[in-house]
Design a protein around this ligand. Structure first.
Ligand code: NCD
Ligand code: ZN
Length: 401
């Protein structure tokens, strides 16, 4: 089976070209000025075609919390949002902290219509399983309290985890970012540390103004880029997440971090909870995000806050490079055909009733955004096109390490 995407605008080294893209056997076979024959043809109508986004931080809640989300609804929402690969976090029920739980999640994730990677959870006593876990995206270490109760605070245990795992994603807030880095320095550990959802100027400083800066990568979420703590006054529980929203100055510092390349990745931390749960006195922290990340970023592109090259670097290329995902993240011949068509001029409001996430709300509800994904192709298959989902299963990503 082959597919030709005609009339594409593509970015090659920061320049824009008009090209046609031929997909064969799930891969990008040709990026060309010619019009090769294909079994089917779609017209991108001179819209930009970008690599699909790789969202290295989602909570699709399966197993155990499927009243909030599951791999089907979560992946449909991701596809609609222009995301073609996700990494699922381990704070499910049971948590993904044993080999049996990892196997179980692998089976459940098979229904995903976007590619998936699985993140293994660290506890104080699962080093042997961390060592044996096969084909995991990374190990996640929680140094601060959050949904799921996976916190590890023993420094020796943390050191062992960093030693064991080639790449650890750490949920660390405030000075804990520095604490994590100190463990690496003191023990001369050469593995990688990826700091999830950096939310303040100070955390970004800890992560990046450090002699290990090349070993340490920083992620920010759209929530922390497009909201600040004033939004909590308006939205209450619906703007509460871990880490909490910070000041306008912090928000600015994250944008500066994008400009000066201190921020390596933008990822959603898609953490859906039901409206009813958010309305309880003891509401859980976390907000959904896979359907709004790219529209927010394209809207920011339209107001000159970010370039398309930066969006592609932060959401496609860097996640692929940092986690060494095989064959993804680039619109290049030979790479997997994970591609999206985006309409930079499409203006539309975020509306709860349009969302495919099970939780059916967004903190950005009502916001009018300019720039939306219109078609999503995963492994050469169209899984989303102008409001319609096609249920074609994707698969687990592989890593080159
Ligand atoms: C996450 C969740 O709900 O699973 N919540 C959040 O506020 N980000 C947990 C987490 O990633 O910390
Ligand atoms: Zn998270």
């Amino acid at each position: 089976m082959s597919l030709l995407i005609k009339n594409c605008r593509v970015l090659i080294k920061d320049k824009v070209y008009a090209k046609n893209i031929l997909i064969r056997k799930g891969r990008i076979a040709k990026v060309t000025n010619k019009e090769p024959k294909a079994d089917s043809v779609i017209d991108a109508k001179n819209n930009f075609v970008l690599p699909g986004l790789i969202d290295c931080h989602v909570h699709f809640r399966e197993p155990g919390l499927t009243h909030k989300e599951d791999f089907m609804t979560g992946s449909m929402a991701a596809a609609k949002g222009g995301i073609t690969t996700i990494f699922d976090m381990p704070n499910t029920l049971p948590p993904t902290t044993t080999l049996a739980a990892l196997d179980e999640k692998r089976k459940l994730a098979a229904k995903s219509i976007v590619n998936f990677g699985l993140v293994f959870g660290a506890t104080t006593n699962n080093l042997a399983d961390i060592k044996k876990a096969k084909n995991v995206a990374a190990v996640k270490l929680y140094m601060d309290e959050t949904t799921g109760g996976l916190k590890v605070d023993d420094l020796e245990a943390i050191c062992d985890i960093f030693r064991m795992s080639k790449i650890t994603i750490v949920h660390a807030e405030d000075y804990n970012v520095q604490n994590a880095i100190n463990v690496m320095i003191k023990n001369k550990i050469k593995n990688r540390l990826h700091v999830a959802h950096v939310s303040s100027a100070q955390e970004l400083k800890y992560a990046k103004q450090n002699k290990l800066s090349r070993q340490i990568t920083a992620e920010v979420t759209p929530q922390h880029l497009f909201m600040n703590k004033k939004d909590i006054q308006v939205l209450g529980a619906f703007a509460e997440m871990n880490p909490r929203l910070k000041t306008e100055q912090d928000q600015k510092a994250l944008w500066e971090g994008i400009k000066n390349r201190e921020v390596d990745i933008i990822a959603t931390d898609h953490a859906p909870h039901l409206k009813e749960e958010k309305e309880m006195a003891n509401y859980p922290f976390g907000v959904p995000g896979v359907e709004t990340m790219l529209p927010l970023l394209l809207d920011a592109f339209n107001s000159n806050k970010i370039t398309l090259t930066e969006i592609v670097r932060l959401c496609c290329e860097n996640p692929a490079k940092i986690f060494k995902i095989k064959n993804k993240g680039f619109l290049k011949e030979g790479f997997d055909a994970d591609l999206i068509i985006v309409d930079l001029d499409k203006r539309q409001a975020v509306r709860n009733e349009d969302l495919l996430t099970k939780c059916k709300w967004s903190p950005f509800e009502g916001k009018i955004l300019k720039g939306w994904p219109v078609t999503t192709i995963v492994n050469g298959n169209i899984v989303y096109d102008n409001g319609e989902i096609f249920d074609i299963k994707a698969g687990e990503v592989q890593y080159g390490r």
